[in-house]
Design a protein around this ligand. Structure first.
Ligand code: TRP
Ligand code: ZN
Length: 893
């Protein structure tokens, strides 16, 4: 069965049979093809198995193969099924290969590929084998040297990892350059570029005095969009020195932006390659969110230089070793350079929107899975975001200082090595003295646990008791493991519960657990280890309201029977920004689920399900925006209702129409009831200062645009005029796109005109066109599905460009549930058509679209039948990629 990809298991790991000490590559780029010559200095691994010499190679045309200078004949080797086996290899030798590849035909964007301005590489996870024959696994570390040759006029810039060592001219208007990377690295961190690019240069002097040249290379004509990225890089360098004592270790740090890229960016040693989306920004082309994302992605890739590159992964099952840790580091950076509360709230929102459904769906896996069919499918919210939460829990449990000691110990022990998640946890355990044996369950168990918390207050003894129970979700992962003969022993997690108790006036109570001689502060970190555990607080005069899991201290679902009054109280008084926000989200969720039921019963429109208390609480919140420092940004977050997808996760059988109707009715009601304060805030928040993406100004804009969004829900000409005016007078992209997104939901004559004028203004800025596609793909108007189909034929759309596919189609499937899950199956049909068209071109991107089917079994029988039909149709396709086959196969299982 060609469509059943084979499974790879962690338990089958064996050390490499051969090691590579050094690699010398020579890549000659010609019109339509390239020759890659490699010289590998290899030797048998003393710690390896006595196995044959096997190299990976994919889509390579072998031109020549020599061992210690002798050309190998047909009987000396076998190249089949993407493996090159050399039958007899000595203990140590030089292996020389020449292959021909066709980068212009490489639509997968893995390996060496052509994009508009030249040639670029992407080698993680397994792209290097598409460039040359190599033992392509992260535990083979070698020193690399790379020489590039290309046409001087068409591709004036020639780059590779490390330092430039020599360059020169050749016949036929060609030139060459040699780069040498002083650090041994796995092949997935190799990169090279031959292109026509502009460069902006700056420098950073490290704490020990190394002068690092920082360079950002972009498409010609875009230098005016690079300032923010370079500033973000220098900020990141400083932060990693200040917080972790980690310095840049090379003289050159280069970032190259490319418009065709499957993911966000890539941490290749000294030569990061970035999606343009995370480099280019100008006030009139990029939003505040874009600016923030650039900070975070630049920091993320920079931080990988230590967590990922200096210490790398033994095998791809350990991916979270570098990704979870590096996301945690970029999150901490984000909290330090932006508002900590807002940053954390946004992370919690993403985790719930993307990771919780993944953990509850067919692709559920622990942050370190035991098996996979296609590694590219495991660059997931679980490995990244939940992985970061797991690191954050260690940080919370042992504290900041012990965490720093643990990091120091990790680098002292493992610099230059390829290691496992256990090695990381061991360093944290040894540095802190806290036994993390039980904690390691977070690495092996899938699913989001529920914490069921119940409280009791006893006035006579003045005691307040919290009973906590852990309930584990069963996931298809356990079934798969059991079927594979790898049954999972499951047990309770070790996790931190950060909490406070609020009295009736909103004051924090001093916390004293039974057995303690006095209170130690008003916020505590409790360590939960048991499946059922009780915590008793003494000297409590009246029943408090508990503020649990402050800062979202563990990635769990909290089940506590809060009353509306409790939640209103927390919204007003909790000193923890995350829990203030969380209280509002819980209240809105309760109300919206009641609204869903009302709509299902035909009484939704009466809005009798919306309590006046909630409207008053929201009004109070809006008022508070002007009194507290840093308030507007947090209030803007509080105004965002739980998304339709997050609400869907709360339901037994999802009813996307009722969810949409209830959420819209609540937005309209809030707009009507808060009309005056929304308008007042809108006018008050107008800022005449020159644009800056910094926190304070961006926060005001976020709140002002949130108010505008609500006002746009009023079915009034004056409100529509306000939105149109906002669009026409916008001085930056944040305001402009906020208005356009609002208008895209309105069936008014101006809609077309605004969309058209936006497009004609920005048709030459690819990233802005992406936004234009996205607002249309996420429109709630009827006919959106047909509009998306029509846009696929628009001149601006190109199915070969991942950013275009993500903006138009992933946005439609993942962020427009009402239309994607249309009962007539039209949304599913569109998605399947795209997946089938895309799979032969770019399986990684096709597979990401296929993931949007994940939750199909949560819907009613009519929708399930529609979804199943499309999934079966995809599965039946001949030569389906392993990427899509794994996702669709698991969804149908
Ligand atoms: N290591 C990259 C990051 O998280 C991820 C990445 C970039 C990637 N491009 C990729 C993963 C292509 C798989 C395929 O920073
Ligand atoms: Zn990463």
């Amino acid at each position: 069965m060609s469509n059943t990809p084979s499974t790879i298991y962690l338990k089958d790991y064996t050390p490499p049979a051969y090691l590579v000490d050094s690699v010398a590559l020579d890549i000659a780029i010609h019109v339509g093809f390239a020759f890659v010559s490699s010289r590998l200095t290899m030797r048998r691994n003393p710690a390896g198995a006595d196995a044959a010499l096997v190299l990976n190679g994919e889509d390579l045309q072998l031109e020549s193969l020599k061992l210690d200078g002798r050309t190998l004949g047909a009987n000396d080797f076998l190249y089949a099924d993407d493996l090159l086996t050399i039958h007899q290899a000595p203990e140590a030798f030089l292996l020389e290969t020449v292959v021909r590849i066709e980068p212009d035909q490489n639509t997968q964007l893995s390996g060496l590929y052509r994009s508009k301005d030249g040639y670029f590489t992407q080698c993680e996870a397994q792209g290097f084998r598409r460039i040359t024959f190599y033992p392509d696994r992260p535990d083979v570390l070698a020193k690399f040297e790379c020489t590039l040759h290309a046409d001087k006029t068409a591709f004036p810039i020639l780059l590779a990892n490390g330092n430039p060592v020599a360059s020169g001219s050749e016949d036929d208007n060609r030139h060459w350059a040699t780069w040498e990377d002083p650090f041994a690295k796995p092949a997935y961190l190799f990169a090279c570029v031959a292109a026509k690019l502009d460069v902006i240069e700056d420098h950073y002097v490290t704490s020990s005095g190394r002068r690092v040249r920082c360079a950002v290379y972009v498409e010609p004509g875009k230098l005016d969009q690079c300032d923010h990225a370079i500033a973000a890089l220098k900020k990141s360098m400083k932060w990693d020195e200040d917080v972790f004592g980690l310095e840049m270790d090379l003289d050159h740090y280069m970032i190259v932006a490319v418009g065709d890229f499957n993911m966000g960016a890539m941490e290749n040693k000294g030569l990061n390659i970035f999606n343009t989306k995370y480099v280019l920004a100008r006030p009139d082309t990029a939003t505040d969110t874009d600016y923030q994302n650039i900070d975070r992605v630049v920091a993320h890739e920079y931080f990988h230089n230590w967590t990922g590159n200096r210490v790398t992964c033994r095998d791809w099952f350990q991916l979270s070793l570098k990704e979870g840790l590096t996301v945690f580091r970029d999150q901490q950076f984000g909290m330090d350079v932006h508002s900590a509360g807002v940053t954390r709230i946004q992370e919690v929102r993403t985790l719930r929107a993307a990771q919780f459904p993944e953990d509850a769906g067919p692709m559920a896996h622990p942050i370190r899975p035991e098996s996979y069919a296609e590694i590219n499918n495991f660059y997931t919210a679980t490995v990244y975001e939940k992985g970061a939460e797991v690191i954050r829990m260690i940080h919370t449990l042992i504290g900041k200082d012990a965490f720093r000691k643990g990091m120091d110990l990790y680098f002292a022990r493992h610099d230059g090595q390829a290691v496992t998640c256990e090695d990381f946890v061991a360093a944290m355990q040894d540095a802190s003295g806290l036994d993390l044996t039980q904690f390691k369950r977070w690495y092996s168990q899938a699913g989001t646990p529920r914490l069921v918390v119940r409280s009791r207050f006893d006035a006579a003894t003045r005691r307040y008791t919290l009973e906590v129970e852990q309930v584990f979700a069963h996931t298809p992962y356990e079934d798969r493991m059991a079927a594979d003969g790898l049954p999972q022993a499951r047990g309770p997690y070790h996790l931190p519960i950060v909490l406070g108790l609020l009295d009736a006036d909103g004051r924090e109570l001093p916390l004293q657990l039974v057995g303690e001689s006095n209170a130690t502060g008003s916020q505590r970190t409790l360590q939960l280890r048991e499946a059922q555990q009780t915590f008793i607080f003494e000297n409590i005069d009246a029943e408090p309201v508990p503020s649990l899991l402050r800062g979202f201290s563990a990635p769990v679902v909290l089940d506590y029977p809060y009353s509306t009054a409790d939640l209103v109280h927390l919204m007003a008084y909790d000193r923890d920004a995350v829990n203030r926000w969380e209280a509002g989200q819980r209240l809105a969720t309760d109300i919206l689920l009641a609204g869903v039921t009302a709509f299902q019963q035909g009484t939704g429109e009466t809005t009798g399900w919306i309590p006046q208390d909630y409207i008053l609480a929201m009004a109070r919140l809006l008022g508070a925006a002007f009194v507290e420092g840093g308030g507007p940004a947090l209030v803007a977050e509080a105004l965002v209702l739980p998304s339709e997808n997050v609400l869907a996760e709360q339901m037994g059988v999802v009813d996307p129409d009722a969810i949409h109707a209830a959420r819209l009715a609540l937005r309209r009601t809030l707009a009507r009831e808060l009309r005056e304060p929304l308008l007042a805030a809108y006018f008050e928040l107008k800022d005449e200062a020159p644009y800056s993406p910094e926190g304070a100004q961006a926060g005001k804009r976020a709140l002002r645009n949130a108010c505008l969004g609500y006002l746009a829900e009023l079915n009034e000409l004056s409100a529509q005029a306000l939105v149109i005016g906002h669009f026409e007078t916008a001085g930056n992209m944040t305001d402009s796109i906020a208005a356009l997104a609002a208008v895209a939901n309105l069936d008014i004559p101006a809609r077309h005109a605004l969309l058209d004028s936006f497009y004609s203004k920005w048709r030459d800025e690819a990233l802005v066109v992406d936004k234009w596609l996205q607002v249309q793909a996420t429109s709630r108007l009827p006919g959106t599905t047909q509009d998306v189909r029509a846009l696929m034929a628009h001149e601006s759309f190109d199915i070969r460009n991942p950013n275009k596919v993500y903006s138009l189609l992933r946005a439609f499937c993942a962020a427009n549930p009402q239309h994607f899950h249309a009962a007539d199956g039209s949304g599913y049909k569109l998605a399947a058509d795209v997946i089938l068209q895309l799979d032969p071109l770019n399986p990684q991107v096709a597979s990401r679209i296929a993931r949007t089917f994940d939750r199909w079994k949560k819907f009613d029988p009519v929708r399930q039948r529609q979804a199943r039909a499309q999934l079966e149709r995809i599965r039946a396709q001949e030569n389906l990629s392993s990427d899509v086959a794994e996702v669709v196969g698991k969804a149908l299982d």
